[in-house]
Design a protein around this ligand. Structure first.
Ligand code: 5GP
Ligand code: MN
Length: 341
């Protein structure tokens, strides 16, 4: 685990000398990105700082109930305002990512901004594009790391209910409600404290996992029945969804969340891929069971990254060509996949 004390000193100093603090998360923000962003926002409020919040693109529907989520500005919805926020900031805190490309269209503005820059993250191999990098891949989520940092800074209990709920959302979404990822005894001790504090775990579970449309359920049916290919010899399975599929089922952001995990429940399938067709590229999500490093696979072949067992990337070609390319590189890696079983 990272020794946080020297980092928190430096971060405290940056917080205290900065007037315009901007908290920015990664593109396609997940529950950990938004939860960690909102938790830091709550912490900064206790210092009397009203931080601005930015996301490169829209939030998933099932995260919009979080307190403060409506204050997060979306870059692609209001570029001018977002660029102004980046230019005006004297401190930019980047949350839950460690590659500048994860800023989407905001990347070029953030990279050349005059502000001091901080990364708070738990992914492997951070790129060096900030003045202070607080990176701890031993944490299950950035939320757990944020709580450790804030704990050192205030030496005490959770700030308020909104803060506690945001942290809990970060933890459950990055661990698939305690199914996978780097959760530890420490994570559960933090969760115990959150429960003692009085968060309503059923309410939060329902708002995150039982908050979808009937169309989303049917889209999942299509994905499993007609869009899934199982390759037992390669211990792999993949699902694709076309733009038309998504339109036919009135897709809203967040509807395909979790689909990539489904094939891993098949016996003998250790590697799962989801292809989502976009306007001029294909978005890929990867999941594995065991030691096959999907972050390396994503980085090597799909300009992406992530964690050992959960990663994502992109490929700028048609869906058909992307799947062919994927099958080729999958075959190239089958030895490794089998070896890591
Ligand atoms: P998901 O499949 O849920 O979109 O993402 C799973 C994990 O991979 C997350 O930790 C996410 O941050 C990371 N990830 C997803 N897409 C990309 C990408 O295009 N680039 C990088 N570097 N990481 C990604
Ligand atoms: Mn995370």
């Amino acid at each position: 685990m990272l020794d946080l004390s020297k980092y928190t000193k430096e971060l405290s100093k940056l917080f205290s000398i900065s007037e315009n603090i901007l908290l920015i998360c990664h593109i396609n923000p997940d529950g950990d990105a938004i939860g960690s962003q909102l938790a830091l926002y709550q912490y900064l409020k206790t210092l009397g700082k009203d931080a601005a919040m930015l996301s490169p693109n829209n939030l998933q529907e099932f995260l919009k109930w979080l307190d403060g989520a409506d204050k997060i500005k979306v870059f692609i919805r209001n570029r001018k305002k977002a660029i102004d926020l980046i230019k005006e900031a004297d401190l930019i805190v980047m949350i839950d990512f460690n590659q500048a490309s994860r800023l989407g269209e905001a990347e070029k503005y953030v990279v050349k901004a005059d502000a001091k820059k901080v990364i708070i993250d738990h992914h492997l191999d951070p790129h060096d594009f900030a003045d202070l990098i607080i990176s701890d891949p031993s944490q299950c989520s950035t939320a757990e790391l944020v709580n450790d940092i804030v704990n050192i800074m205030i030496g005490g209990p959770f700030i308020n209910k909104s803060y506690a709920e945001s942290l809990y959302v970060g933890i459950i979404t990055d661990t698939g409600n305690f199914e996978h990822g780097a959760f530890s005894g420490k994570t559960f001790r933090m969760v115990a404290d959150l429960l003692d504090y009085g968060i309503d775990k059923e309410k939060i579970y329902n708002l995150i996992y039982n908050n979808f449309s009937a169309d989303r359920m049917r889209l999942m049916g299509l994905a499993l029945n007609e869009r899934m290919t199982v390759l037992p010899d390669l211990m792999s399975a993949y699902i694709y969804l076309t733009k038309e599929d998504l339109n036919n089922y009135n897709n809203v952001k967040g509807d395909t969340e979790g689909f990539v995990n489904l094939p891993l429940s098949i016996k003998g399938i250790n590697f799962s891929t989801l292809f989502i067709e976009k306007d001029n590229f294909v978005k890929l999500s990867f999941r594995s069971k065991g030691q096959f490093p999907v972050n390396e696979f994503a980085a090597r072949y799909f300009a992406g990254g992530g964690h050992l067992n959960a990663s994502g990337g992109e490929y700028y070609d048609t869906l058909e060509n992307t799947i062919s390319y994927f099958l080729k590189v999958l075959n190239d890696n089958i030895g490794k996949l089998k070896h890591e079983e």
